[in-house]
Design a protein around this ligand. Sequence first.
Ligand SMILES: [Zn+2]
Length: 378
Amino acid sequence: MSDVRSLIARRLDDVVEDLALLVGVETPSTDPVLLSRGAAEFVPWVKERWRAERVRTLGDGPGAVIQVDVPGSLPGTVVLLGHLDTVFDAGTLAQRPFSVAGGIARGPGVFDMKAGLVQAVHAVAALDELGVPRPSVRLLVSADEEIGSLGSRSFLVDAAAGASAVLVLEPGGVAGTVKTARKGVGLWTVTATGVASHAGLDPEAGASAVHALAALTTHLVGLAAPSVGTTVNVGVLTGGTRPNVVAEHARLELDVRARTMDEASRVSDALAAWRPDDDRVRVEVTGGWNRPPWSEPAPELVERARSVLSSLGVAFDPREVGGGSDGNILAAAGLPVLDGLGASGGGAHAEHEYVVVDDLPVRIALLAGLIAGSPSAP
Ligand SMILES: [Zn+2]
């Protein structure tokens, strides 16, 4: 894949220009108008670069998925999975316009994951230009990944069915990073409704919602098992009105991460079984496992990444991470998945988000090598 790397290195200015184009249209997950503007910019650009005729939109509204197919000469279909949405609100671009200085590209969503989309398009184009045989490629781009993929997940699962490999364009880390497994992510909100009373005159008449959720917090924290990767975070705990009032209302928001389904069920079963000590407090629990654990790396893809990187003279840096992605959903559907194939850089979801421009040729060559050399369909 060193030919791909050299080709991309020669046209790095074009790649950066494409990145500027995508970052230049803001695409917050929660803004349908901007998202469709982003898609209107993205689709013709991909079509032109790939000379692709088959572009479809699966579904409509916030869960819509763009599907672009380019046939190949080898058997099987490789799915490239990305998302167009970012966590940044409209107006961020005006404060932090796209820029490149000292080999570092910045701008809202540059790392997560507009650079990944640009890499995917250039990887396929480079293979074709160099005449490297490859399987068919299906690019799937959702627009609700950053808000949990509730609308897009069924389209992604259907459209990826039977793929010989799923390569996820989420950000990497350094030049040789790939992500081989991700924890599952569970999100819950618990609301408690008790009985208000005067804390001094009439304490027995009250039933504290705050005390109930404080007890639940202690219980939940006790369910964490860091040695097997299970973490519990009560990130929000609010309730009550005044110190001398027994609290009628309280609310808790919970984030749980687990490496295995067994651990995921252990925590969610314990939450479901919990009851407040005072049965006058009513509790309502909403939420669940937003993305299932992805615990089994795809060995053939991991090996392929190792060998492509070694042929490029780049140190292999496989990682298992706590953050979920749509890779979790497709791994749970039984597909071989490799993730974190986007740019090298850092600061995802933060103001200091950045992409290392000089690593783009290596990252694109890695992706190209995985596409060309993916095991064919079973
Ligand atoms: Zn992302």
